[in-house]
Design a protein. Structure first.
Length: 142
């Protein structure tokens, strides 16, 4: 796993402006479809504070992107109390009118490129702290 993504949008100041995977990548590809999951975690097990972001991209066997899901969980410990918040974003490429042409999957080279791709916040979701879309730029490999 290598690569990184630049993140922008109204929540980037909270969840981070760069996503660099630092945990094992999960890859599941069969003859019909597949997905790749990248994780970045800064969780401090000693005091349970930090942040973890997960990006999952699903695609068909020809590399056509079906969807993108992003989730970030943040835990902050203040005066011995843990406060958590979650941020969720999803793009359904199979919905009518949704353009995912700026997301390119290369199965042979095992890489994924985003070019100014806006991932909308999941709405409505009472537990979602996201305030707007997250914009992705960059390259991830598996």
């Amino acid at each position: 796993t290598a690569g990184s993504l630049n993140l922008s949008g109204p929540d980037a100041g909270v969840i981070g402006t760069v996503f660099t995977p630092n945990r094992p990548t999960t890859v599941s590809i069969n003859q019909n479809s597949g997905f790749v999951q990248w994780r970045e975690s800064t969780i401090n097990v000693g005091n349970l504070d930090g942040k973890e972001t997960l990006i999952v991209v699903s695609f068909s066997s020809d590399g056509t992107v079906l969807g993108v899901v992003i989730g970030t969980g943040i835990v902050e410990v203040s005066s011995g109390t843990a406060v958590s918040s979650t941020y969720g974003y999803a793009l359904e490429c199979t919905e009518l009118g949704v353009d995912c042409s700026d997301i390119l999957v290369d199965l042979a080279e095992q890489k994924l490129a985003f070019s100014e791709v806006s991932i909308p916040k999941i709405d409505p979701d009472a537990d979602n702290s996201a305030t707007g879309p997250l914009v992705l730029n960059g390259l991830l490999t598996w």
